[in-house]
Design a protein around this ligand. Structure first.
Ligand SMILES: *[C@@H]1O[C@H](CO)[C@@H](O)[C@H](O)[C@H]1NC(C)=O
Ligand SMILES: *[C@@H]1O[C@H](CO)[C@@H](O)[C@H](O)[C@H]1NC(C)=O
Length: 494
């Protein structure tokens, strides 16, 4: 009895220790993913609940794969001890799962479910060739095997290499096939090397006509796979953004409007295909998004979002949306004759200081004033760090505001960024930048700690005038205390 208990205990202990998931560190990570043709890596933190839930599934998947597919490895990296590696990998949340294909560069996010079976099947699929070989017997079925199918017709090795690279990059998005049978190409009306996209919607066959390069082919796949008139939603928004071309969308809250406008928008979508994506969006579900593109929540509403510049162009909401109106609006946008819609709060009538209040409409006048060193804080009203900074920022502002001469040289300013469109690419709040006098094209972002002295030193070191605000503040404080001592002394004499 005793013996069997002990042996059970020992067996349990050994199960707990033996794992088919490999723990990696900065030292062996790169060599490991380079040596394995396929690695799924989990970046985790021991305290994270989702990581704990994943752990047994991950273990089981690793064991199953080890038995049948020795070329597929499952690894894990503890980000609490491997912070340098996790930083390099850009890990922002836990768990993060990435698929590596024989090297650090060949990486893609894992987009399957977090269950043992799903992990196994996802990884086995990843291990199959990205390009399926097709012939005259299989080609017809293959063309309709998925929503979007991309077929390469070629026989030379260069085209093969290029096409295979494209397929490896986009293997999670599309099904890729290839054939070297020139008769099949002729049957499709193309000559080798050629690439044809087959879709089960819209114009369902599209022939690639660009230069046969990896970049052009990836672009073709991303742009042309977008539906002619799609719908913006959580599952499609990213592909619209990734396609990189302007997105024009109509907010609709009624079914009959959707039917009516589909007829109007389809020909426009066809006309601007590959140059402007045109879509609808359900205003009942995603109405709030309208504010992000400078529209009021009144339906229907139409706007164009230029992805490259993040400029927004709103169709005048006081006007009815008509076929002619939309045609004209898109035409003006396309020819570059439309001005972006700038969101701006009203500018204050007077600047009361000590911090200058900037709005979208006064941005150029204040921030880009060539005669002044301008420090500008991009903040949001809801941002806690901004609130903490506010009194110090005012103290900094006062140094320059209170002195007529300094006031004409250094401006300490702020802008409520969510409510004012600014040309700056602001990724977090607060963001602080100095626009030096005479060099407005080269603003410098502040990275130091949030103290008055550090901010003042930053202005001194990077501004054109090199004014030492902190030294001035200290001198002022010293004089003030001497004055108060003197006046205290006066009192004593009395
Ligand atoms: C194709 O080209 C690659 C490199 O460009 C080479 O490694 C490979 O051996 C070539 N294959 C054939 C079949 O010629
Ligand atoms: C592309 O190259 C691979 C590997 O060399 C080969 O198996 C495949 O048949 C080629 N495909 C075409 C369409 O030539």
């Amino acid at each position: 009895m005793k013996i069997s208990l002990i042996s059970t205990f020992l067996a349990a202990a050994s199960v707990a220790v033996a794992s088919d998931v490999v723990s990696l560190t900065k030292t062996d990570f790169e060599s490991f993913v380079s040596e394995h043709s396929l690695t799924l890596a989990e970046f985790f933190a021991p305290w994270c609940g989702h990581c704990k839930a994943l752990a047994p599934e991950y273990e089981q998947a690793a064991t199953t794969l080890k038995e049948k597919h020795q070329d597929i490895a499952l690894a894990k990296i503890d980000c609490t001890t491997e912070s340098e590696l996790c930083n390099e990998q850009g890990i922002e949340g836990f768990p993060t799962l990435k698929v590596f294909r024989g090297g650090l560069d060949a990486v893609s996010p894992y987009s399957g479910q977090r269950k043992a079976d799903a992990i196994v099947s996802y990884m086995v699929k990843q291990s199959l060739p990205a390009v399926s070989s097709i012939d005259k017997d299989t080609v017809e079925n293959f063309k309709t095997a998925d929503d979007v199918v991309i077929v390469g017709y070629f026989s030379d090795n260069d085209s093969n290499q290029t096409f295979t690279k494209v397929a490896n990059t986009l293997r999670d998005n599309f099904l890729f096939g290839a054939t070297s049978d020139e008769k099949l190409a002729a049957g499709e009306g193309v000559t080798v090397p050629a690439v044809v996209m087959y879709k089960n919607y819209d114009d369902n066959k599209l022939v690639f006509s660009g230069e046969f390069s990896v970049d052009e082919l990836i672009n073709f796949a991303k742009v042309e796979s977008m539906p002619l008139l799609g719908e913006v939603g959580p599952s499609t928004y990213t592909s619209y953004i990734e396609s990189g071309i302007p997105l024009a969308y109509l907010f609709i809250d009624k079914t009959e409007d959707k039917e009516k406008f589909t007829e109007v928008l389809l020909p426009l979508a066809r006309k601007y295909r590959g140059e402007i994506n045109i879509a609808t969006i359900d205003a009942n579900m995603y109405g709030q998004h309208a504010e992000n593109i400078n529209l009021k929540q009144e339906w229907p509403a139409f706007a164009i979002q230029e992805i490259a510049t993040n400029y927004k162009y709103a169709y005048d909401q006081a006007k009815e949306i008509t076929k002619d109106g939309l045609t004209e609006f898109l035409g003006l946008f396309h020819s570059g004759d439309l001005s972006p819609t700038i969101k701006s709060q009203p500018a204050p009538e007077t600047q009361d200081g000590p911090v200058w209040v900037v709005t979208a409409n006064t941005y150029d006048e204040i921030v880009l004033d060539e005669d002044k060193d301008v420090l500008i804080e991009f903040y949001a009203t809801w941002c806690g760090h901004c609130k903490n900074l506010a009194p110090k920022y005012e103290e900094l502002g006062r140094i320059f505001w209170d002195n007529e001469e300094l006031k004409n040289k250094v401006v300490i300013a702020k802008v409520d960024t969510p409510n004012n469109d600014v040309p700056d690419d602001v990724r977090g709040f607060p963001t602080i930048k100095l626009y030096p006098a005479g060099d407005k094209a080269n603003p410098i972002e502040y990275q130091g700690d949030r103290t008055v002295k550090s901010l003042a030193d930053f202005v001194r070191d990077n501004g054109k005038y090199g004014i030492d605000g902190w030294a001035i503040a200290e001198k002022n404080a010293a004089e003030a205390s001497v004055e108060s001592e003197e006046s205290a002394a006066d009192h004593d004499e009395l």
